[in-house]
Design a protein around this ligand. Structure first.
Ligand SMILES: *Cc1c(COP(=O)(O)O)cnc(C)c1O
Length: 370
């Protein structure tokens, strides 16, 4: 058997006719940038997120950068975040002119540990970026309470967590704004790059809309420095076709996750740590990530057996070469560094079959018997 991390082909076959019609309509209309498809997607995703505004942008990385700038983060400011995330979280802070301040994670959820926030706050701190890693929300109630006390903005990086909930609320209902990525591999994926800022804050929404078109307002007059970061009609049309299926896909991901957890606990017991859904969370399992010792050997063995796995992420941001001037060193974030050595993401997508999952778990069991 050959089992890929992600297979988008079945999804396309199911939606093909609708997809081709939607794309044909865009091409026939000759309206390619910020048109009706983008407006519809923005309205639908904002309503889905229980907030007033959705601002479609070019990708999820720009969404973070734009939300930070729209919330007033500027050169010289500090932004607290997790080092155990995709590069874009930290990169966007630097692109906004600010300095990332990394704090360690909670090893159970892999998300930023709220207990470490207050010690990292200085008079330069302007914002916190919690990342809802693998599809599980960070402890937003606790994080937002600290942010309110210190008057900090909270920009939730929800690139992996559209549809996730914390205590019944969406990721966008907490803090200043949340950002989504519609990169093809994400839970709601375009056929190219796309992203969105979602917020209840009228000013942040207005600022984001201006920044994504070169800071132009009125047209050809520039009071702020923006850039070109628009969501195009072709990607919005693709996303409009997929969006009505999102909740069903999240449910299927959760079912796949429950099957993995059941099989792994039954066959491997303590040898494998399965993901923990914290009470009050609705995890959307962008990734199904286990923790194991001898992770690299297990990954190599599974590869030989036809099972593709991924390591998200092998090197935490505080020790990335590009951030060396920030002055962190190996040992500063022990939980993130340990997670980077133990985390292994297994194949996960809504169309994954139970027999494929049984094969993956049987091969993991075989590895540990050797
Ligand atoms: C994918 C991702 C991003 C970046 O999104 P792009 O659309 O690829 O720019 C940012 N943060 C996290 C956690 C991500 O997984």
């Amino acid at each position: 058997m050959k089992i890929p991390m992600l297979d988008l082909s079945e999804q396309y076959q199911t939606l093909k006719n609708e997809m081709l019609t939607a794309l044909d309509q865009v091409m026939s209309s000759s309206h390619f940038i910020l048109g009706d498809n983008v407006k519809k997607l923005e309205a639908d995703v904002a309503a889905y997120s229980h907030v007033q505004h959705g601002i479609g942008v070019a990708n999820g990385s720009d969404a973070i950068h734009i939300a930070l700038q729209a919330a007033g983060v500027k050169s010289g400011d500090e932004v607290i975040t997790t080092p155990f995330t995709f590069f874009a979280t930290g990169g966007s802070i630097v692109r906004a002119g600010a300095t990332p301040v990394y704090i360690d994670i909670d090893p159970v959820t892999f998300n930023l540990d709220p207990k470490k926030i207050e010690a990292a706050i200085t008079e330069k701190t302007k914002a916190i970026i919690p990342v809802h890693l693998y599809g599980q929300t960070a402890d937003m109630e606790e994080i937002c309470a600290i942010a309110d006390k210190h008057q900090l903005a909270v920009i939730g990086d929800a690139a992996q967590a559209i549809g996730a909930k914390h205590k019944g609320k969406t990721v966008a209902e907490y803090g200043t704004a949340a950002t989504y990525s519609f990169f093809p591999t994400k839970n709601l994926g375009a056929y190219g790059d796309a992203g969105m800022v979602v917020t209840n804050d009228d000013q942040v929404a207005e600022n984001s809309r201006v920044i994504r078109v070169h800071g132009s307002k009125p047209k050809y007059y520039h009071h702020v420095l923006g850039y070109n970061s628009r969501l195009d009609e072709m990607q919005a049309a693709v996303l409009n076709v997929k969006f009505p299926h999102l909740d069903k896909w999240s449910e299927l991901r959760r079912e796949r996750a429950a099957i993995y957890t059941h099989l792994l606990n039954e066959q491997l017991g303590d040898l494998v740590k399965t993901p923990v859904e914290k009470e009050g969370n609705y995890h959307v399992f962008h990734q199904y990530t286990i923790r194991v010792e001898k992770r690299d050997e297990l990954q190599a063995f599974l590869k030989e057996q036809g099972v593709q796995t991924m390591i998200y992420y092998p090197l935490p941001l505080h020790v990335q070469p590009v951030f060396k001037d920030l002055g962190y060193k190996e040992g500063d974030m022990p939980e993130s560094e340990k997670a980077a050595k133990e985390a292994l993401s297994l194949p996960m997508f809504p169309e994954l079959k139970q027999e494929q999952q049984e094969y993956v778990v049987a091969k993991i069991a075989e590895f540990f018997k050797k």
